[in-house]
Ligand binder design. Structure first.
Ligand SMILES: Cc1ncc(COP(=O)(O)O)c(C=O)c1O
Length: 409
């Protein structure tokens, strides 16, 4: 079909490439490798996805505080977070963001927390860390757990402390596109022995090993090695994206049509060994991304004068791991205009998530229909620009020129 295929497709996020040698590695102790990477007393538990990790965490916390059955989540986050809360049998409460910000509204959070609140799940949205210190001290004073959603934030730091280790328990995603990947996977990071014992009990109860799905995922991981490049991505990622955008189905275009029942599984030796081998390059990959993001951000700065502003923390003590850069427009219409012309161009311009949680039809029965105006504008005024190594300086210039032409008209 004409128009669906392009010669080059920049992935929407900076995923890590795999080496052939990763597939011949025999050491399978990815958990231990991650514990060494974090350089802390933190223990790691590997599971089939970030969502599976969150389901296990919530089940464990529920057992520790059985009288509490509510969870607070950001009103703009991955739909899988809401699905995990529901699967763990918890009632969802939404927390809005600060005005024109990607930070949870602490005052609102303070108001929402009640006797039934088990935990809050701050999300390091778009790789920009949340202000954890404020969230942690509020949670402590209210006696609730903090579950850090670091699904997108492997490599981010706050005051040189790695994100994901700051709350009572954190989780990360190893799903394709998040950086380090085993195609689909996730892990829990926890240093609290009481929670850890309960996590192990929940893993025993919930997680099984499925040979067939593991075999398929191993094949997909091999395919990822060969297809994660601009030429192949134009076929396996770009063509379906453009077809779905043509149909006006943004949720499908972003691959956000999820089942409401997510499997909780263990990960097999082959994928563990590949992940551990690739993990050795994670620090190098993170610093390359930071360097690439600096170039991208400095070039994008020229758009600020044109009514666009970057969503970026000014504090130097907070560093994102930058799989993409989040750009915010002052008006929704301007964002839509930019996306209409750039989303299908193969230049790595996309959205963080399709919409705010209350706008997903299929989450209707899970998510309370309340108004969260700041989450709405965050969802409706932002675009993401890939920080992939495949995005060259001339690609960035092309994006800027296209954005400028849209703003002008
Ligand atoms: C913020 C956030 N939380 C949780 C998840 C779930 O992770 P996974 O896809 O590994 O299940 C994602 C995945 O996109 C995410 O972006």
């Amino acid at each position: 079909m004409p128009g669906l295929f392009k010669l080059r497709e920049i992935p929407p996020t900076a995923g890590m490439s795999l080496y052939l040698s990763d597939f011949f590695s025999t050491n399978t102790n990815l958990e231990r490798g991650l514990e060494i990477y974090f350089d802390k007393k933190t223990k790691i538990r590997l599971l089939s996805s970030g969502t599976a990790a969150l389901i296990v965490i919530l089940n464990a916390l529920k057992k520790l505080s059985p009288q509490k059955d509510e969870v607070i989540i950001p009103a703009f986050t991955c739909p899988l977070v809401a699905i995990a809360c529901n699967q763990a049998g918890l009632k969802i409460r939404l927390c809005d963001f600060e005005k024109e910000s990607d930070q949870l509204d602490i005052n609102l959070l303070n108001e929402i927390i009640n006797d039934k609140t088990l935990c809050v799940i701050p999300t390091h949205l778009g790789f920009y860390p949340q202000k954890m210190q404020e969230i942690l001290s509020l949670a402590k004073s209210k006696n609730i757990f903090v579950v850090e959603d670091a699904a997108q934030a492997l490599g981010s730091t706050i005051n040189q402390e790695k994100t994901g280790l700051l709350g009572d328990v954190g989780f990360f995603s190893l799903t394709a596109g998040k950086g380090l990947t085993i195609f689909e996977g996730g892990f829990i990071a926890c240093a609290n022995q009481v929670i850890l014992d309960q996590l192990d009990q929940s893993i025993n109860e919930l997680a099984s090993f499925d040979f067939f799905s593991e075999f398929l995922l191993s094949l997909k991981l091999i395919a990822y090695k060969f297809l994660y490049n601009p030429l192949a991505l134009s076929i396996v990622y770009g063509a379906p994206l453009r077809a779905n955008l043509k149909k006006g189905d943004e949720i499908k275009a972003l691959d956000e049509v999820f089942s409401l029942q997510i499997p909780v599984r263990k990960v097999g030796s082959f994928r563990r060994a590949v992940g551990l081998s690739a993990l050795k390059r994670l620090n190098e990959f993170t610093s390359e991304k930071k360097h690439h993001a600096q170039i991208l951000i400095s070039k994008l700065k020229e758009l600020e004068a044109q009514g666009l502003f970057l969503v970026k923390e000014s504090s130097v003590s907070i560093e994102g791991s930058f799989a993409y850069v989040l750009v915010r427009t002052k008006k929704e219409q301007m964002r839509d205009k930019i996306l209409n012309s750039l989303w299908s161009q193969g230049l790595g311009v996309s959205k963080a998530f399709a919409c705010e949680l209350t706008a997903y039809k299929y989450l209707e029965t899970l998510v309370p229909r309340i108004s969260c105006p700041n989450a709405e504008s965050l969802a409706r005024q932002t675009i993401t620009i890939s920080n992939s190594k495949y995005l060259s300086e001339s690609d960035i210039d092309e994006i800027i020129a296209l954005i400028k032409s849209q703003i002008k008209d």
